[in-house]
Design a protein around this ligand. Sequence first.
Ligand code: C2E
Ligand code: CA
Ligand code: CA
Ligand code: CA
Length: 278
Amino acid sequence: HAKEAGNRYLFFSDDMNKQAVKRLQVENLIRLGLKEDYFQVYYQPKMSFETGKLVGMEALVRFVTPQKGVVSPGTFIPIAEETGQIVEIGDLVLKKACVDMKRWVDQGLIDGRVAVNLSARQFNLPNLLQRIDEVLEETGLSPANLELEITEGTVMDSPQGAINTMYQLRDRGIHLAMDDFGTGYSSLSYLRKFPLNTLKIDKAFVDDSKSDIGKAMIDTIITIARNLGLSTVAEGVETVEQQRFMADKNCDVLQGYLYSKPLSAEEFARFARAEINF
Ligand code: C2E
Ligand code: CA
Ligand code: CA
Ligand code: CA
């Protein structure tokens, strides 16, 4: 009996160990990456359907390591969230995005907004506003060229505090987008109290835009946005059919592989230049 139980215990513990070891490895790799500058920022274009023009882009972090190649955000972001390293990563993404955007605005390449994802931990930092002010001042970027994407989970943790922070960001002229809208639990009564500019329709809904239910969901989200005076962005648009459907529904901005995958800064500059000459 003892042996059996022992084996079972060992098996269980081995499994947990593997996970813990993997976590620790990623955590260590992140620490190294922060020191050695392995984090890069890629940019995915956002297109206005009405004008067909490039109106902005989403900054997406890429973890490029000599040890493990490119580690996807899906792998390291959840771990960085747990360890708190996401704060340093997020800060670096914000800084790089503002530096790049400032240069492109000055060069006349783009006159929209760069959207930076904020994690819950970052959003809830007591010095968030101070840090954002510092970055804007250091880089010289106008707040009118910055947008922040936050999720329902982030603001629903403590909605009253979130509303406060959001107003202070909005007062600076920074735009706010609710990311992955419809995938978390959001309360409609709170939604109207949040000083948002934009609802981002999650890729999952766009993927499902062939089914009747999927169509109805997108319809509903866009109607909510309209009624609240918010603009809409559809993410993950991959096909012309999806584009046509979203355009029929008057979705304002489209983002997805149909237009471009996320691009390195150099590639993005080329993309933007080609758009201007088009
Ligand atoms: P998200 O904010 O919902 O970002 C959209 C994701 O969809 C990105 O994945 C983007 O590359 C992908 N995507 C866009 N269009 C298409 C498409 O047409 N087809 C397909 N298959 N995918 C498309 P990515 O870059 O892997 O990022 C995944 C998630 O990681 C993001 O989801 C976001 O939650 C998080 N993330 C990425 N960068 C950052 C960051 O700098 N800070 C924070 N806090 N989170 C980040
Ligand atoms: Ca996002
Ligand atoms: Ca999403
Ligand atoms: Ca429109």
